[in-house]
Design a protein around this ligand. Structure first.
Ligand SMILES: Nc1ncnc2c1ncn2[C@@H]1O[C@H](COP(=O)(O)OP(=O)(O)OP(=O)(O)O)[C@@H](O)[C@H]1O
Ligand SMILES: [Mg+2]
Length: 625
């Protein structure tokens, strides 16, 4: 068995898998097998060190990565370890079990607000303070950053920021109050409260520390402060800590990640360092291109700069082509894909874009050329209005404290409950919106509609968790939801009804599996862009940021132009300029054999043609093209 697990690993990788007894950090470049080593190590611990699979906690960056890892382990061990998850889904499990310890008004059935739920709430609060709702994004960003840096009081922290950021302290305070009254948490709260729980309650901390014998973390360069704190709390005095990362792939500092966490890990845990220097993914030409651009990053990390070598010969293809405009660029890509599809499946190919608007030109050309494609970013299924409406109903039935869900459903379909009535209802809210509705004086017409609403919701409250499909079908009927859709969305009502049908398929399958509705909501809310990558045979179009950790035989990088890649914003500071180079490194190293680069001399912006200059990266890598 041991040989089976270690088979095919190179000596450095083997050493990392077999290392035991003290914290270890493996820093290594793209495609050197970090994720592979982490996966094999889990199998090795179970088989060779007799560690029970459920006593191993492995943390990955996305759910897709977690699922892939679990699948590979099942293949090797025929057992599925329970604790392979993302930071967020791990924290949800901690909170569902122990949130009562915090002695706040949250209970374990709390709901998770997605970005649009929290923005809506922040807008409401800004209105309450007679402020402009266009400040909502900034307010959310400041609140989010404050939580990510884990201060004991995020309000004091915000109040101490320079003006005008400091003025968001009152918004933050109101926002937290409202969330708690709704028994709701936003994404940042999940980690924030888990850390509060583990840091403030020693018994709970010990319980969680004792639950795991080994802690393993992938993509460490993109952890932020609070995630570091979480790891520290969970690790306690344990020596069994293992992390992998690549400084040169840190592409999320704009969202609070700290590449210096790598040094901190080594220092604070006294970790031994190992390196992997051989790239298994890409051909030599692709690596040369990636290394040329990233070698200009001056980070004081020169000793960490890893020269990647590969035995993959120069075969494969690297090509660059300049086009007149976005359409001819897209046509070129479409034709290339057509050619390549003779020897590759469509799923072997991906187009990595710097900005989402770039997908539009590609999409229209692909449709004409009959190229199957999937846009991985963009409005996801669960963000569509009709899906959000119906899921909000189910969410509200499950938790009548949920303000975001209540506000979404109370007038969908219309019940003539206007602004004034809604504001009265809000004032009467204690801890149940149905009660608030009963307690509010309404006009006769509103009262009638409100009573029907209350009755409908209450009628389903016992069945939503175990029979969400039946509840959904009942609701669609009770609400006359399809005629609502036909009235509201004349043009694409058919499409929307198809979406609802898709949702009912999903819920029916869920019901058959016997999986509770709340668990399903969690899975969907915690899915990131990357998780939307399906298994169908199509060319994937996704942002460079979402492509982290993944690989394809063929990768296209279009729009290599100044102002797009590198982005205009990235050129305003040195650190952002360097992060942009790392993004280029991440993008190019996703390719195994074929890398197709392109740029256009003009692009449409706000309805006008702009001239574009070739990206500086193209000049730098000219002798490799
Ligand atoms: N010893 C090996 N023999 C053959 N293939 C390997 C070996 N090690 C890794 N690979 C393959 O190389 C590719 C890259 O591995 P992996 O994804 O683990 O790298 P990584 O370092 O995690 O990359 P990234 O930095 O992009 O996350 C995978 O297809 C993997 O199966
Ligand atoms: Mg990896």
């Amino acid at each position: 068995m041991k040989d089976l697990i270690l088979k095919g690993l190179n000596p450095q990788q083997k050493a990392a898998v077999e290392y035991f007894g003290s914290p270890l950090f493996v820093s290594a470049g793209a495609g050197s097998g970090k994720t592979k080593v982490l996966t094999q190590k889990i199998a090795y611990l179970v088989k060779e060190k007799d560690i029970r699979p459920n006593r191993i906690l492995a943390i990955t960056f996305t759910k897709k990565a977690a699922n892939e890892m679990a699948e590979r382990i099942v293949k090797m061990l025929t057992i599925k370890p329970k604790w392979i998850s993302t930071f967020h889904s791990f924290c949800v499990k901690v909170l569902r079990e122990d949130i009562h310890m915090l002695r706040r008004s949250f209970d374990r059935r709390f709901v998770i607000y997605d970005t649009s739920d929290s923005l809506k709430l922040i807008k409401d609060i800004l209105k309450r303070f007679s402020r402009e709702t266009k400040e909502a994004d900034e307010a959310r960003d400041i609140i989010s950053k404050a939580k990510q840096s884990f201060r004991s009081s995020i309000f004091d922290h915000i109040a101490a920021l320079p003006y005008p950021a400091s003025t968001y302290a009152e918004v933050a305070e109101e926002y937290q109050k409202d969330l708690e009254r709704s028994n709701a948490m936003d994404y940042d709260d999940l980690i924030y409260f888990a850390v509060e729980l583990l840091s403030g309650y020693p018994e709970t901390r010990t319980k969680w520390q004792e639950r795991f014998d080994h802690l393993l973390i992938d993509e460490f360069q993109d952890t932020n402060d609070i995630q570091f704190s979480l790891i520290k709390l969970l690790a306690g005095k344990s020596k069994n800590l293992f992390a992998v990362g690549d400084f040169f792939q840190c592409i999320y500092t704009w969202r609070g990640s700290r590449p210096s966490n790598i040094e901190r890990f080594i220092r604070e845990f006294g970790a031994k360092e190992m390196k992997l220097e051989k790239n298994y993914r890409s051909t030599k030409r692709i690596l040369d291109i990636a290394n040329t651009v990233v070698s200009k990053v001056e980070c004081g990390w020169t000793d960490k700069a890893l020269e990647l070598h590969t035995d993959n010969k120069e075969e494969g293809d690297v090509e660059y082509k300049k086009h007149a405009d976005a359409i001819s660029e897209s046509v070129w890509i479409a034709e290339k894909i057509r050619q390549l599809s003779r020897n590759n499946t469509y799923s072997d190919m991906a187009i990595l874009i710097r900005m989402t608007f770039l997908s539009r030109a590609l999409e229209s050309v692909f449709m004409r050329h009959h190229i199957p494609y999937t846009i991985v970013s963009g409005v996801g299924f669960y963000q569509r209005a009709e899906i959000k409406d119906l899921l909000s109903y189910l969410r509200f039935i499950a938790n009548p404290k949920d303000a975001a869900a209540f506000e979404r459903v109370i007038n969908t379909p219309g019940r003539s409950i206007g602004k004034k009535a809604l504001s009265n209802i809000r004032q009467n809210f204690r801890n149940d919106w149905l009660q608030a509705l009963r307690d509010t004086k309404l006009t006769a017409k509103q009262r009638l509609a409100a009573d029907v609403f209350v009755k409908t919701v209450e009628g389903y409250s016992n069945s939503v968790e175990d029979a969400p499909y039946k509840v959904l079908m009942g609701l669609i009927n009770d609400l006359g939801y399809f005629s609502h859709i036909e009235k509201e969305y004349k043009e694409d009502s058919e499409d929307r009804i198809e979406n609802v049908s898709e949702l009912s398929n999903v819920l029916q399958a869920l019901e058959e599996e016997g999986k509770p509705f709340s668990e399903f909501m969690e899975d969907n809310l915690l899915a990131s862009e990357q998780d939307k990558i399906g298994k169908e045979d199509s060319v994937k179009i996704l942002t460079l940021h979402a492509a982290k950790g993944l690989e394809w035989p063929v990768v296209f990088l279009p729009a290599l132009e100044e102002g797009i890649f590198p982005s205009a914003r990235s050129l305003t500071s040195q650190s952002a300029t360097e992060e942009e180079r790392r993004l280029f490194y991440v993008g190019t190293t996703r390719a195994k054999e074929g890398l197709y680069l392109s740029s256009a001399e003009s692009r449409m912006k706000f309805g006008q043609t702009s001239c574009m200059m070739k990206s500086r990266y193209l000049h730098e890598i000219k002798h490799h093209l």
